[in-house]
Every structure is written in C-alpha cells, then in structure tokens.
Design a protein around this ligand. Structure first.
Ligand code: ANZ
Ligand code: ZN
Length: 947
C-alpha cells in the first residue's frame, strides 16, 4: 500500500463526488428531510478564513452524519453579495463591484470545495444577481402594500466617512460598525420597515426555539419590552400636566423631583412660568448636539437644569416636587418624562447627589441567600425573626468588626435578636457590650431595615429575618470581659473594607455594607414610608397602585418597547434598488410587479457625495409614471443588505423559481431550517430581521410556521496563535489554503474540530496540528491489519462504545469529544494483530463525516465500490456499551495511599496516568524518580519511587 498522500486523494474524490451529484438534495425523496444551513458568507476579498472553516466543517460533519442516518439532507450554499466593502473597493480602485464580487465568489468557491464540504452547489444563490434581487424588491412591495414599509423624515445615524445612513444596530455606541468613525445625527427622508408591529410576537415566540440562551436574551433585550404604568402629574398653577412612564410605581412615595427630556413640548408651553429661560435654552442647545447614545450612556455624568418656578404634584402624596430638564431622559421613549426616585434608581441617584436633592428611601431590601451553608431551602418552613445588624467601626483604625462563626462557616457583622420591650437602637448597643465588651459606642447612622431569607445552620431552620441596621462608631477601646459562652459562638476580628468584601458570607450583610456607601437599592423589596401601602411587597404594590391610579382616572398600566422601526434605505450603490417611482401628479407609486427587477444601472459615478449614486444615472432615471405615464423619477436609494439576508433561507428551497420567491410546495417540504449555524455577532441584527420577515409571511398566509430557525448554534471565534484576533495589520492571519496544501483538508478539519468545544473561543495551534495528521496516518496503516480472520471479540466493546459516543456527540455538536473517542478506538485496534473487515469498515464510517477524503479512499481500497458517504450509520449493541466500574487501589512503595473508581476496560496506561494525577498520590511521588509502575488488571496500581 502506498503512503498517505492527501494531495492526490483529496482532489480525486472531490471531483468524483461532484460528478456523482452526491450532495444534491433530492426533491423526490420519501425520506424525512433535514435542512442544515450556514449563515451564508459575504464574499470578501480576503477569502475564506479559519472561522469560516470551523463553521462549514461543523455543518458538513452534521450533514454527512444525517445522510448516513437516513435523512434527505439539504445543505445549501450561497453568497450575501451586496454590501459596502465591494463599493468602497470600487471607489479606491475603479473595479466595478460586480467584477470584484464575482472574482471573490470564484475564489471562495474553490476554497470551499478544497475543504471537502458537502454542500449542494446546484442551489447556489447570489443576492446581487437580478434573479435574486427581483424578489428582494418583491418583498419590499409586499411590505409596502401591507402598510409595513413607509417613508418619513427622521433623525438618523449618519456616518460622514461612509457617507451613508446606518441602522441603530450598525451604530452601537455611537460609532460606525464598518469604519469605526463617529456617527452623527441628521434629518433625512428615509424608508422604514414596521418591525415594531411584531414586537410581541418577536419576544413571545422565542420560547419555541432551541437557541443558545445568550442569543435569546440578546433578542429580548433589543426588543426591550417594558411593562409599567403611565400617570399624570398636574403642574402647579397651570392647567398642564406631565405624563410620566415608570416601571417602578411601587417607588412613587420616594419621588423627590421630575425630569423632562430637554426636547419635551411642555418646556415650550410652560415658558411663561419658567424664570430661568436663558439657562434652560442654553442647555437645550447643547443637548441637540448629542447623540442618543451619548445621552444614555450609563457612565456619563448626569446633567440638567431646574425649571425655576415650575412644580408638579405627586398624586399619591399630594405634595409638590421640583421639575428639571435633563438629557438622560429621552424624548422618544415612554412619555419623555420620568418621576425621579434617587433612593432606588441609579441615574436618579447620581443626579440627586450632584444637585443636592433629597433621597427618600421607600423600599426596604429583601435578599435571598443563594449560596453557602445558609442557602435558603425553598421547600422547608420559614420562621420569622427580628434582630439588628450592627456595623461597628474601630475607634482609631479604618477597620470594621467582623464575626467569624466556626461551625457554620459564616462571616457576618454583629447581630442580635430584639427582645420584648427593647427598641432596635437599645438592642444594638446592648449586643455590642454583651458580645464584644466595648463600652463606648455611638449610633451614627440608621441604615433602615434589611429583610433576608436564609437557612440558619446552627438552629437548623429557614428564617425570614427583618433587621434594622445601624452604623456605629466606637469612641475608644475600653472593654469589659466577654462571657465564655459568647466567645465560643464566634470570634471577633477587625477587618479593612477590602477584607470585608470577601469575609461577609451573608447577602444581607453585604447589602448593609453597600448601604453604608450609598443609599441606593434598585431591586424589589418591601414598601416603607408609603402610607397605606407600607408592608406590601413591590409586586403587590405595583398592582394596587396601578388600580388606584386607574380608579382616580390619573393613569393606567402601559407597555413600552425599545425596538424602533427598521431603517432600510441606504444612500449607496451596491444594493437592491428600492422599487418606488415618484410622479409629480401621482406622488409615490410602487413599481408594478411585472416590471421587476428594477435593474441596478452600470452608468454610475462611485465617488461618494452623500447622495445616492443612482440619482445621477441617466438610464436608471429614464422612467415614466406607471399610473399616468408622465415622465417621473425613481427612488435612488438602495436597500440595506440585511433585507437580502432576511429571506434567503426560503430561496434555497426553490432557488431557480422565476415566478415566485419560492413555491409553497417547496417551502412546505424544506422549511423551517432544522439547524442553523453561524457567528454570534449576528445575534441581534440578522436573526431579528429574518424572524420579522417570517412572521410577516405567516400573517399574510404564505407560510404556516412562526419561526425560521428551529435550532441555532454559534461557533466560537478562532484566535491567532498569539491569542489575539487574527488581523492583517497584526500579521497573524493563517490562510486555510496553505494548511490544506501542507497537511490536507482532512487534517485541517480534524484539527479545527479538535481545538476545543465548538462554541468556545480557541487559539489556533500550528504545533499540535501534527497530532490529527498522525492520527490519520495511523488509520491509513491500520488497513494492513484488515483480514478475513480478524478477531472481533477483543475490540467489540470498544467499537460499540465508540459508535454510541460518536453518534451522541455529533447530535449535540460535541465534535472534539467525538474525535477523542475515535482516537481511543484506533489505539485499541492498533493493539490487535488482525482486524476484521467489519470492524474496520465501521471505523471508516464513524470517521467519514470528519475526514471524508481519507475514509473514502480506504473504503475503496478494501474493495467497496459505492461511496462510504452513502453507507448506513452503524447501530450499536447497547449490551456491549454498559459502563461498569471497578475500584483500583493505589500503593506507593507498598503502602496503600489512595483508591479511585474507573470504568472497566480502562487501559493500563490510562490507569497509571489517572493514578499519578491524584493529589493524594502526588504528595508521595512529587520530585522523586518513578522507578516502576505495575497494574494488576482493574484492581491495583503499584508505584515504586526512589528516595
Ligand atoms: C421611576 C423609577 C424608580 C424608575 C426606580 C426606575 C427605578 P425600562 O425598563 O427600560 O422601560 N424612564 C422612563 N422614560 C424614560 C425616558 N424617556 N428616558 C430615560 N429614562 C426613562 O425603563 C423604564 C424606567 O426608565 C422608568 O421607570 C423610568 O425610571 C425611566 F426605582 O421610573 B423609572
Ligand atoms: Zn403619475
């Protein structure tokens, strides 16, 4: 047999598979279908990178596995071809985007094929081709006709360097996603899609998908559904009132002022009452220059101006509060006005400190101990208890008194139960003396009541404690003797602030420490200083207060969303033209469907002017009104490329259909997507938009499902060998081509899958790649052992366990662990003198999804004529997979030092390795010469070390 020469094998089989149409999805198959999809790539000039390789290898393994399991798999590929980089390249070099894009697609195609991916190339789509964007335009019209696409003048994010408008999602943190330049606000006529109509569905349907929880959370946050209350506050001496929106009506008794957005219309209406108009107007002017992101940034300093002469009435207390304008309140969210509660909201707290406004605490913290021996035990009865928490400060040092509870393992401040007839203050002082002996203590601050649910380990029961909390300073170190009974319970220690942070085990005591710094608590709790609502929980109060407001006719419950309509128009060339015509007589007119596509013209000057390049194309604007036939002009903006990718997964079901975006029949056959795979960076944008399109189609009766992607997984980023992001400027980019050239595609595939769990971030490693390569060479050599009289019994258990493990792991995308179990199997097979043909074939089938070329070659080498990739996935015999365990005793120099439990059949090597790693054994062998190791099968490991 010849040496393993990846070059000749890989080319050979790639060609053979393509000719045989091996991976073409079968429209007429009766097998159950699986639709496995990658987030289709943008064909950039840089070519395929290792992140692509990771993505496409993973779905390729999965698709190959599913085919062998008897599924009719559709695993298509296409190109997200419109977009800014091609246009920027055109501006720089004069190469038309159409030319450069197609050059890039060619390059990508060759690279992907050389990787051995099992994609169905007959379904290839290209979003920049008229056959495709004709349907992108059709979708625009579908939305337009259903009132879901509209034009309006809007403050938009504008990037001066890209000369274009950006969606909010592309302008996060106030910088352009592409060029990282600052984004400014500009008033322009823009097209929007009304995604906000679907806000509830977009949240609610998340419960039906199998997606990473972080991705689901990101979708939820972006939509930002907020359930609260809107109510009116009358302005003293006027007939005006201020409507405020709050999610925390339970804190309303703690409102000490009101803040209006500077652009709030009331500011102008109240101008005759405002005494400091000049100051107010100056502030409004400054605000106008800021972006929304600058205004809402949590870290920025909160500023504002008091409206002198204006007061509003808190309807609950009937008391007036001052009114401010402040730019941290946005004009376009809620009502553009907030009731400020500095004791329970962080932004209000900062604002109040800066302008010296009163801070009134109305929510007492409620904490539930979640960790440690005091973890609250949900199912056990609860005892109410009343006791104080006392923070004691040292008389001369910057230290605080902590109590260490040796048996419970706790760290707390001083505590003590409140006895009949004692006030909390008296209790605090009494406890200090009894438990610490200190005689001169002064209560400096009352920090309010802290409630906490915890398990009282010494008393063995759940407690719901209610603790008045005090900050006390010792005047000097004068001290009486403390009873032995007290000192035996806990030990007193003086600790710095830093030490306290790790010392305190009780969450309520950590909360006490926080309150010492700032009278701020932002969670729910129990109401205080709130008149008839005192003692209610925040949840109860929110209900009751909303009911009261409604009864008084002052307000009602209200739901708000952060989600804004999707801005889709771009003042750029390389995108799908928006199919709208403007006529002086008829106004905005939709291009009739039969006139689609509106072709992207070629007589265009690329140099950016800030206006859409299409505006000055002669051919493009040579158009008449579809209604009245008078000369007219076309909409010159193109669509955001996210529009193209919002529906491409439908097109794969029916990629060549010239009459519909996809036929109902093919959609019903293939969709929804069973497994969707791509980078986590698209979690907000692409997924949200694609889900929106799907929901619109469902609503309009085109399809009968709600969510496009049933299952979603993300691959982790592949970092450079130095642990940094791969980038041209750092010179640390690895080109997959050179790896394929040197080691072969099979090795590259194995190596990337073996670097670590798929979803983790992993650094490339050019040293360990020889491992997978050697592994493949060993499989290659195993062929020589295949024999008609090979012994199956010796390796049978190992084989069946591997069948089970590899299958289970592929199902859950655990490719790295699947590979290690294959390595163990190969180890075992190498030990056998001869291997049966059946055993070897099973190994090849298991390995085929990972190393498709090598396995195909060997499969034929041993006499098969059909492809290994058409073989059936083996079925394991469960009785051979039972993992039984045995206990191994470990001796060092004849003395028993430890035992360990291993699965039966663990190899001697493995037992030695595991045994030596045990901490109890390390103690005896560290730094000594290991002279001998003996394993008595499954019973004993004996280690002999030198002195
Ligand atoms: C009083 C309050 C007390 C609030 C408290 C919070 C905590 P989400 O959940 O994001 O919807 N708010 C309302 N409108 C605002 C605007 N236009 N600009 C800036 N902030 C605004 O947040 C709702 C909360 O954000 C509201 O509840 C309001 O502050 C603030 F202890 O009201 B809250
Ligand atoms: Zn007209």
């Amino acid at each position: 047999m010849e040496k393993y020469d990846h070059k000749s094998i890989e080319k050979k089989w790639q060609t053979a598979w393509e000719q045989a149409g091996m991976y073409v999805a079968d429209e007429n198959s009766t097998k159950p279908k699986k639709y496995v999809l990658d987030m289709f790539p943008y064909p950039s000039g840089d070519g395929l990178h290792l992140g692509h390789v990771e993505n496409y290898t993973a779905t390729c393994i999965y698709s190959r596995y599913l085919r062998m399991k008897g599924f009719n798999v559709m695993h298509p590929i296409g190109w997200d071809a419109f977009g800014l980089p091609a246009e920027n390249y055109a501006i720089k070099t004069g190469t038309h985007p159409d030319v450069s894009t197609h050059q890039n697609i060619k390059n990508f195609t060759a690279q992907m094929k050389s990787l051995g991916v099992s994609s169905d190339w007959t379904r290839e789509i290209d979003t920049s081709s008229p056959e495709y964007y004709r349907w992108t335009q059709w979708f625009f019209l579908l939305l337009y006709k259903n009132g879901l696409a509209y034009k309006k003048k809007a403050k938009v994010n504008w990037c001066e360097s890209c000369k274009t408008v950006l969606a909010n999602e592309q302008a996060e943190n106030g910088v352009c996603e592409r060029c990282k330049n600052e984004v400014i606000q500009k008033d322009l006529e823009q097209w929007f899609f009304k995604i906000t109509d679907y806000a509830d569905d977009l949240i609610d349907d998340l419960s039906s998908v199998d997606w990473p929880s972080s991705t689901i959370a990101a979708q939820r946050n972006w939509i930002g559904r907020s359930e609260g209350v809107e109510f009116n506050m009358s302005v003293v001496g006027t007939s005006e009132s201020i409507a405020v929106y709050t999610t925390r009506i339970d804190t309303v008794f703690g409102m000490t002022y009101v803040v209006l957005a500077p652009e709030h219309p009331l500011v102008q209406k109240l101008s005759s009452s405002i005494k400091n108009t000049a100051e107010v107007n100056a502030y409004i002017d400054v605000t106008k220059k800021k972006t929304e992101l600058e205004r809402t940034e949590l870290a920025k300093e909160k500023t504002g101006v008091k409206l002198e002469g204006v007061e509003a009435i808190n309807p609950f207390t009937k008391q007036p509060v001052p009114v401010f304008i402040g730019d941290y309140v946005l004009g376009n969210y809620g009502t553009g006005a907030v009731m400020a509660v500095p004791a329970h909201d962080e932004r209000d707290f900062e604002f109040a400190k800066k302008y010296n406004l009163p801070i009134v605490q109305v929510i007492e913290p409620v904490l539930t101990q979640m960790t440690g021996s005091a973890k609250f035990r949900e199912d056990e009865p609860v005892q109410q208890s009343h006791g104080v928490i006392v923070i004691i400060k040292h008389w001369s040092e910057d230290k605080y008194l902590g109590l260490r509870w040796p048996t419970a393992g706790w760290g707390t401040f001083l505590t003590g139960g409140i006895d009949e007839g004692f006030t909390p203050e008296q209790t605090a002082l009494k406890e200090i003396h009894e438990e610490t002996g200190y005689k001169k203590a002064v209560i400096v601050r009352n920090l309010g009541v802290i409630h906490s649910k915890y398990y009282h380990e010494p008393k063995k029961l759940n407690r719901f404690g209610h603790a008045p909390t005090f900050y006390v300073e010792l005047q000097n170190g004068e001290q009486d003797e403390v009873s032995a009974e007290e000192t035996s319970k806990h030990e007193a220690v003086w600790l710095t602030r830093g030490e306290l942070d790790t010392f305190l085990t009780a969450e309520s005591h950590q909360q006490a420490l926080k309150l010492l710094d700032a009278t701020l608590y932002t969670d729910s709790g129990i109401l205080t200083c709130s008149s008839e609502f005192d003692g209610l929980t925040s949840e109860e109060a929110r209900e009751k207060m909303a009911v009261w407001l409604e009864k008084e006719g002052l307000g009602a419950k209200k739901v708000n969303y952060r989600l804004r309509d999707w801005l889709v128009s771009r003042q750029r060339y390389w995108g799908a033209p928006i199919p709208i015509i403007y006529c002086d007589d008829c106004g905005e007119v939709a291009v009739p469907e039969e006139n689609l596509p509106v072709l992207l013209p070629t007589d265009v000057d690329f140099r950016p002017t800030g206006e859409s390049p299409l505006k000055y194309s002669k051919t493009f604007n040579d158009v008449v009104c579809p209604k009245c036939s008078k000369p007219a002009r076309r909409e010159a903006d193109t669509m955001d490329t996210f529009v193209c990718s919002s529906w491409y997964y439908f097109r794969f079901a029916d990629p060549h259909n010239a009459k519909e975006f996809a036929s109902r029949e093919t959609i019903e056959k293939w969709l929804p997507v069973d497994m969707y795979m791509g980078g986590a960076e698209h979690t907000v944008l692409h997924l949200m938009y694609a889900r929106f399109f799907t929901k619109v189609l469902k609503k309009l009766g085109y399809i009968n499902f709600d969510e496009p992607f049933a299952k979603l997984r993300h691959q982790g980023m592949i970092l450079a060998e130095d642990g940094r992001k791969m980038s041209k400027s750092l010179g640390n980019v690895i080109n997959p081509n050179t790896i394929i050239e040197e080691f072969g595609a099979d090795t590259l595939r194995l190596h990337e899958m073996f670097l670590g769990p798929l979803e983790d971030m992993k650094a490339w490693n050019s040293t360990t790649i020889v491992g997978p390569r050697r592994f493949l060479e060993r499989v290659w050599k195993l062929t020589e052992k295949v024999s008609a009289d090979g012994d199956e019994k010796a390796t049978d258990a190992s084989l069946h366990k591997t069948i089970k493990k590899v299958g289970d792991d592929i199902e859950k995308f655990g490719f790295n662990t699947a590979i290690s179990s294959l390595m163990i199997l190969v180890n075992d097979l190498e030990k056998a003198e001869k291997i049966s043909r059946n055993t070897f074939e099973t190994l090849l089938i298991l390995l085929a999804p990972f190393a498709p070329h090598l396995t195909e070659e060997l499969w034929h080498e041993i006499g098969n004529t059909e492809s290994v990739h058409l073989a059936q996935w083996p079925i394991y015999d469960a009785s051979k997979c039972v993992e039984s365990e045995t206990t191994v005793a470990i001796q060092v120099n004849g003395k028993l030092r430890d035992t360990m439990v291993v699965t039966t059949g663990t190899s001697d090597d493995e037992i030695i390795r595991l045994g030596l790693d045990l901490p109890n054994i390390q103690k005896w062998v560290l730094g000594k010469e290991i002279k001998k190791t003996i394993v008595v099968k499954g019973k004993l490991l004996s280690i002999v070390v030198g002195e």
